[in-house]
Design a protein around this ligand. Structure first.
Ligand code: HEC
Length: 135
């Protein structure tokens, strides 16, 4: 199989050589998306209709509401949640867990969890409104 990691590492190296630090976040964003597709997309769609979990745009919106502009704290919370999901730590509406059940713990490395969480936070779309199915 084509190795995504090697591809993204070379992309990172190439962008460092060509564009300096500016480009690094672009490569990191691509890595976050790849991690999402490989580990999360089986349950999470990007937007409604949901698969077996709340869609990414809804999660991103709830995390903006909970953390405001504190991206770092939001990412830290998501990483901790994914390592050990607990209903009392959820930033979604309680009905989301009633509807979908609690998310299983993820066994990715902390670095990968941080990368995919940062990517998820950045997906927030100001035009997105919650469908209101989890009230
Ligand atoms: C087996 C299905 C499944 C997989 C795989 C999965 N999730 Fe989830 N996830 C859920 C469900 C169900 C919920 C809603 C209930 C909850 O919050 O625990 C959820 C909720 C979340 C939340 C909100 C947590 C909160 O505050 O309640 C985040 C963030 C999240 N997922 C991110 C991810 C990321 C990133 C991945 C991949 C690394 C992933 N999930 C993989 C099922 C899954």
């Amino acid at each position: 199989m084509f190795n995504k990691r090697i591809f993204f590492s070379s992309a990172l190296l190439a962008s460092l050589m060509i564009g300096g630090w500016n480009q690094v976040s672009i490569a990191a964003a691509a890595d976050g998306k790849a991690l999402f597709e490989a580990n999360c997309a089986v349950c999470h769609s990007m937007q409604p209709p949901p698969k077996s979990a709340p869609p990414v745009l809804g999660i991103a919106l709830h995390y903006r509401k909970a953390f405001g502009t504190d991206r770092k704290a939001a990412i830290k919370h998501m990483v901790a949640f994914m390592q050990k999901p607990e209903a009392t730590h959820s930033k979604l509406e309680p009905a989301a867990i009633t509807r979908f059940g609690l998310m299983p713990a993820m066994t990715l490395s902390v670095n990968d969890l941080r990368t995919v969480s940062a990517w998820l936070w950045d997906q927030n779309d100001p035009k997105f409104t919650l469908p209101g199915n989890c009230k």
